[in-house]
Each structure stands twice: as structure tokens, then as C-alpha cells.
Write a protein that binds this ligand. Sequence first.
Ligand SMILES: Nc1ncnc2c1ncn2[C@@H]1O[C@H](COP(=O)(O)OP(=O)(O)OP(=O)(O)O)[C@@H](O)[C@H]1O
Ligand SMILES: [Mg+2]
Length: 278
Amino acid sequence: MTTPAVSIKDLHKSFGDLEVLRGIDLRVEYGEVVCVIGPSGSGKSTLLRCVNLLEQPTGGTIDVLGVEITDRNVDIDDVRRHIGMVFQQFNLFGHLSVLDNLTIAQRRVLRRSRSKSVKVARENLERVGLSEKEQAYPPQLSGGQQQRVAIARSLSMDPAMMLFDEPTSALDPELVGEVLSVMRKLALDGMTMLVVTHEMAFAREVADRVVFMDDGRIIEQGTPAEVLGNPREPRTREFLHRVLHPTELATDEFLDDQAGPAGPAQVTIPKADPHDFA
Ligand SMILES: Nc1ncnc2c1ncn2[C@@H]1O[C@H](COP(=O)(O)OP(=O)(O)OP(=O)(O)O)[C@@H](O)[C@H]1O
Ligand SMILES: [Mg+2]
């Protein structure tokens, strides 16, 4: 059996008395795209952050790119430089041009020359469709463009795998598609990707495997057709129903909470302005 990109065994993580991860076992093969879905607070971000030791596990082992990072003697920075991470917030340097945002870590961490780092940066800006923005500053870009810059910045470090934590959830609805399409292309290029997402259509189309988490555990995992199309576990079914019919459940919950002759809950679903697509 080949070594997987990530192998997590019996991972536990507590914050004080709060046990957030309660025994996670997960493998990600090289070239695989794994999407993690689940309710808010179920531990998805904590799981992802454990994979590059932004959180220190309280139990279990994690092997990443063939290195057991939970071994205290491992130099985590050595492993981290091969892992790209893209967050909900883009964390770009606002006072640096797009090009400088993409070259700074290449030069400082990888010790690349100016000309090599610019060449790599330009290749990656082209991959995300933003070649014409290299001299712009992040505050001059839309959220979708900023997130694509953040992805290009990660790619410029030649990562062996990428972690994404809800990369589109801070974006206006009409900007989500451009980021997802960059991620789809990356997946087609063979990048190993572990993606926490609420974008079910993306998971269905792009993931090799979907993992459903609830309350610090993996409840079920399988192909998108299995987990999203024909979930075995009641908790998965409930979650998917809630995600796919948000107004219905928000109203039910509201009425349960009120337990009285309250009127229907006011639920605001953000809608894209049709003019934005013109
Ligand atoms: N640094 C921390 N200190 C204390 N508690 C934390 C910390 N980080 C996360 N938690 C708690 O751990 C639980 C899981 O959080 P986590 O962010 O992993 O959930 P999530 O599945 O990513 O949720 P969401 O979908 O809202 O992003 C939550 O109850 C959260 O409050
Ligand atoms: Mg999260």
C-alpha cells in the first residue's frame, strides 16, 4: 500500500474541558480531493488546523507527507512549507502589491531569487486568471479576486497538498463561482486537497470523497453519490436537509423555541442581484 498524503489515527483534541475532536481516523491519498462537511462547531476547522499543527492534538497520531508530525522531535516548519493553507479570510498584506504578496514568502522561506520568485508568481497569477492585477494592492480587489490571489500565493510555494477552510464563505454570492472554478481546476491538475466547505454542489462535483462530521466525530464518509446522494446516517440526512432547505428549518426551529402563537420567523436569504450577472 502506498503512503497516503495524510493519515490521522484516533485524533483527539480538547480545549480545556471541551472535547472537540473525539477520535478521528482519516486518510487522504495523494491526488485525492476530500471535502469535509458538517454543522457549525462540529470540529472541522480544528481538524484541518491539526493537520499542520496550528492546533496541538491532545491524543492520537497524524502523518503528513510521510512525516509523523505528532512526534515532538519533528521540525513542523519543514513540513508546513509543503502544505498550502487557504482560509476564509485572505490574510494578504494590504500594503504590498499582488506580485509582492506572491514573492515575499518564496524569497524568505524558500530563498528563491527575485527573478525566479517573480516568474513563479506570474505563472500562478495566470493560473487563477489575475495576470493583469499584479501591480494592484489587495484593497483594490474584490473579495473573489483577493481569495484567488491567496490561492496563487499558496501555489507559489509549490505545496505538495492544500488545505482549504471554507474559502468562499466570506464572499458575496456572485463571487463564489470564480473561486470554486479555480479550485476545480486545481483538483483536475491533480492537487491533493482537503477542503472544509458548505458548497455542496462543489463537493458533489469535485470531491473524490466526502466526509461528514458531527460533534467531533466522523459520522460517515464515502463518494459524493453515497454521502450526499444516499446518506446512511440519520444525522447526515438531517444536516443535508437543513443545508438544502434553510428557510424551512429556520422556521421550524423558531417555532419550537417560541412554543407559542408566534408569527413565522423572518429569514433573510442573501440573493445575488440579477444585474451582477449581466
Ligand atoms: N482556540 C479555541 N479555544 C476554545 N475553544 C475552541 C477553540 N477553537 C475552537 N473551539 C471550539 O471547538 C469547537 C469546534 O470548533 P471548530 O471551529 O473546529 O468548528 P467548525 O466545525 O469549524 O465550525 P464552523 O462551521 O462554524 O466553522 C467549537 O465549540 C469551538 O467553540
Ligand atoms: Mg470552521
